[in-house]
Structure formats: C-alpha cells, structure tokens
Design a protein around this ligand. Structure first.
Ligand code: ADP
Length: 509
C-alpha cells in the first residue's frame, strides 16, 4: 500500500465549499478521484471506491500510485511531475492499455482521463476512471470489420460462399443465391452448384475446385464460367475466387466470393468480334495484294505465251506446215514459262526473306504468352493440360512469329471444339526436347472432331478452309513462319482422338 497522509481537513470538505461539493461528487455515476499536487487522493466518489474495491473514505489520503501496478509506479511518479508542470485536460496513456490495481491486488483494464482543477488557488487533478470491457471492444472491432466487409461486398456486387468439403454442402449468402437462382431456404450441395454451371464450362469449373482441394497446391479456386440453372433464365458470366483451408492434409472448406461479370464478357465479346472482322478484312487485303502481285508477275509472260501459242497454231495449220516458225514459237513459250517461274520464285523469296529478327527464347514462356493472348482474343473456354519441360534449352527464333503460330493453332482447336459442341473440351500443349536432334518439339492437340482423310492433305494449301467464315491462310502462313525460323510444322495423320499438330525449332546453341 502507498503512503497515507492525514488530510482530515480535506476529507471534511472545507476547501471544496462544504458538503455540497462532496454530494455532487458522489452523485456522479462515473468513478472520479481528486488528487493534489503532491499526488495524494483528497476525494474519491462512491463509484471510484467501488471500482477500486475500497470502502467509505479508505482511498482518501492515499498516494495515487497505490492504484498503479507496482511495475509502473516509478514511471507514474515521473509522469505525474511532468503533468503538473503542464496541466491540461487529456486522456492518459497515449493509446496504450492502462491498468488499475484494486484492493485485492487484481489489475483492471481502465480508461483514465485527467483534468486540472483549481480550488481556492490550489491545483488539483480530477481523475476520471472507467473500467474497459475488452470483450466488448473486440466484439465492437469485429462488428466494424464485418460492416466494412459488407460495404465492400455490396460495392463489388459480390456473393459469398463457404463450401464444406466433407459434407459437400455450401453456405451461400443472399447475393450468391440470387446469382445461382436458388431459393432462400434451398439447401445447396456441390452437385447442385456444378449442375447450374453451363455444360461447356463445367469441366473447367470442376478443375478449379479439384485444384483448390489438392493439398500439394496452393488451395486457390479461381475460374470464370457461365451459370444458367433452368430454362427461361438468361445466362450469367461469373468470376469465382476462393481459398481452401486444410486440416490434417485434407481440404476442410473453401471460402470465397463470386461476382457477376456478364457485362464485361459482353463487352469483350463485342470487341473480339470487331477484332475478328478487322482481321478478316486485313487477311482479305493481304490476299488481294498477294494475288495482284502474282497476277502482275504472270501477266506479261502469260500474254507472250498466248501470242506464241497463236503463232504456233498458225504455223501448224498452214500448208505446207511451217515447222521453223512453230519451233520458234514453242521455244518462245518455253522461255516465257521459265521466266514466269523465276519471277514467282523471286516474289516468294522476297516475301519470305523480309527481315526476321531472332533471339534466344524460352519456349515455355512463349507458350504461356500465346495462351494469354489467345484467351484475351476470346479463345478461352477449354480445359488446358500443359506439359512443359523444365530446363528446356533456349531456342533461336522470332518471338512474335512463334507466338502467332501458337495462337493460330490454339484458335483452330477452339473453333473446331466449338463447331462440334464438345462439352468437356480439352487442349494439351506439350514442349519437349527431340532426343539427339538439338531441336525442341511443340505438340498441340485437342479432343475435337479431328480432320477427315479427304481434307487432311489439303489443309496447308493457301485458301483451303472448311469453315463458313474461314479464310484458309492460317496453317499455310504458320508453316511458312516455322520454316523461316529453321523448323518444321506438320499434322499427325494417324491421330484419332481429335487433331494433333507438331512443330520443331532449333536450339540456340
Ligand atoms: P481457317 O482456320 O481460316 O479455315 P487454316 O489454314 O488455319 O484456315 O485451317 C485450314 C483448315 O484446317 C480448317 O478450315 C479446318 O478444316 C482444318 N483444321 C485446322 N485445325 C484444325 C483442328 N484443330 N481440328 C479440326 N480441323 C482443323
């Protein structure tokens, strides 16, 4: 216990204007102490006595440090001296948690504020005490953070889900039920969740879930898919992001959010359509320019061949037959054909030799970039199986051209899968080293309808297409680009589960 000073005069309330002050002090419901400049308590109201566990006027005359836990007492004395040097109304503790020592030696969390008060030219400090309910504080903080989360969720229009991986039941909030067209009291199971997903997107959505519950992975569940549960409901595009929680090596629950991204998807699709139209126009222009260049090169030899042909015809139909003239005309035809051939060769080598800048490339990265580009171009609705080779030596090639080839092949696969309405569509891209050949081999295969025997021999011909809006230049250009980079591109004629294309590229060293 701290020192006890005899302050009978104070207790008898003389300096404070008699019993009225004391009555007023006692009537206040908050705990209050009045402390003099030397640190002694001169008045304590009933609430303060009750809070600190003292009876009647037992606190009066005690040093204020009596109520401070032992370890803080010295510090408190210094603090008190500093306070009296510059007394002003303020809370104590600078945001730190404060403690009061009660009569039984227990420490109580408290908020303390100080106000200087001058009575009959003597400075006192009015100390206001209130016990802090930490539990209430924590609850309050939790409620505030829940409110903040709710506001964020509302602003983003997001729905919440909590999947119990053991019972396969899903807790959904109101927004998520709305997005899935579920009734408020309906129990949602994992099966119902997947059943509402568009059949073409279901495999992708399930793959995201399988990925999240796989304990060797990071537990992230991320996918974009369409939801339309029953006839009459319009289709919605949903973005899902969740995180699995594991216990004993197995996924216990996945908690996450879903957002309606239909508007974004519609915008992307219309942009894609515009891009496709522009590309078709561009391809048409390229074709027209190429055809005009060929026509230009062939025009004069063809005119000359026609003239020589007429001369030969006349020479052969004259009597007697003019063999010399016919011979000369045929010779002219042969020369013009050779001339046309060499002109065409020149044109092709000009088109092929246009500056190809090559660099050492990590093919795995080029594949990943091409996938991003293809997805960005609207070719994303397939399950991807990537088989990349780690430690793959760098290849020497032009990045843009190889990317272009990969995007073409991915795009062809997606278009074939779409046209055949394959629900569990899958594309596999494998990159590996060709043993003993200092080459890398890229394989792209899909589980689409494949290529018929009658068409497979023609698919690399320029302008050959089986698509209503196809232009038929993708594969011929792709093959030319791979060859310009020192590799080869071909289709596997014996592949039966879909279509399978391969290309090679030489290693840099
Ligand atoms: P386009 O795509 O404009 O038709 P391409 O030269 O890229 O031109 O393709 C030529 C043809 O090859 C296509 O029309 C199609 O018949 C066939 N084809 C290409 N890739 C595939 C594939 N993955 N699956 C089935 N057919 C394909």
């Amino acid at each position: 216990m701290g020192n006890k000073k005899t302050i009978t005069a104070h207790v008898s309330n003389e300096p404070f204007g008699g019993g009225n002050f004391r009555k007023l002090f006692d009537a206040v419901v908050d705990a209050m102490l009045l402390v003099d400049e030397s640190g002694y308590i001169v008045l304590a109201n009933s609430a303060a006595q009750y809070l600190c566990g003292y009876a009647n006027d037992a606190l009066c005359g005690m040093e204020i440090e009596t109520l401070v836990p032992h370890r803080f007492r010295e510090h408190h004395r210094r603090y008190r001296a500093m306070y009296y040097a510059h007394p002003r109304k303020r809370p104590m503790g600078n945001g730190r948690d404060l403690m009061l020592l009660n009569r039984s030696g227990e420490e109580i969390d408290a908020d303390i504020s100080l106000s200087p008060i001058t009575i009959k030219e003597q400075l006192y400090t009015l100390v206001m005490l209130s016990a802090v309910d930490r539990c209430y504080q924590v609850e309050n903080a939790l409620r505030e953070s829940e409110e903040r989360l709710w506001l964020i969720k509302q602003a983003a229009g997001a729905g919440l889900f909590d999947i119990d991986c053991i019972s396969e039941r899903i807790y959904c909030d109101e927004r998520m039920r709305e997005l899935w067209w579920n009734k408020a009291d309906e129990i949602i199971t994992l099966e119902k969740f997947f059943a509402a997903v568009h059949p073409n997107d279901r495999a992708r959505c399930r793959a995201a879930f399988d990925n999240a519950v796989n304990p060797v992975k990071e537990g992230i569940c991320r996918a974009e898919f369409r939801v339309a549960q029953a006839a009459g409901h319009t289709e919605r595009w949903i973005a899902m992001l969740g995180q699995a929680q594991f216990e004993g090596g197995a996924a216990k629950r996945i908690v996450g959010i879903v957002r309606d991204i239909t508007e974004r998807k519609i915008l992307e699709q219309s942009l894609q359509q515009q891009r496709n139209e522009t590309e078709t126009l561009f391809n048409q222009q390229v074709a027209v320019i190429t055809a005009s260049a060929i026509a230009h090169e062939l025009n004069s030899p063809l005119t000359a061949i026609s003239a020589y042909g007429e001369v030969a015809q006349r020479a052969l139909s004259s009597t007697p037959i003019d063999c010399d003239q016919a011979k000369e005309a045929f010779q002219g035809c042969v020369e013009q054909v050779q001339h046309a051939g060499s002109k065409l060769k020149e044109l092709l080598s000009f088109l092929q030799n246009s500056e190809v800048e090559t660099e050492a490339l990590n093919l795995n990265h080029v594949v990943e970039d091409a996938l991003t580009q293809a997805r960005g171009d609207g070719y994303a609705e397939f399950h991807l199986a990537l088989e990349l080779e780690s430690d793959l030596p760098a290849v020497m090639a032009n990045k843009i051209q190889i990317q272009r080839v990969l995007v073409n092949l991915i795009r062809n696969s997606v278009e074939a899968l779409r046209a055949a309405e394959i629900s569990a569509s899958e594309i596999t891209i494998a990159v590996k080293t060709v043993a003993n050949e200092s080459m890398s081999l890229v394989t792209i295969k899909d589980n689409g309808p494949g290529i018929g025997r009658d068409t497979i021999s023609r698919i690399f011909e320029p302008f050959f297409t089986t698509k209503p809006t196809g232009f038929g230049v993708g594969l011929s250009i792709s093959r030319a680009l791979i060859e310009a980079n020192g590799g080869q591109l071909w289709v596997d004629p014996d592949y039966r589960q879909g279509a399978q294309f391969h290309f090679t590229l030489p290693f840099a060293s």
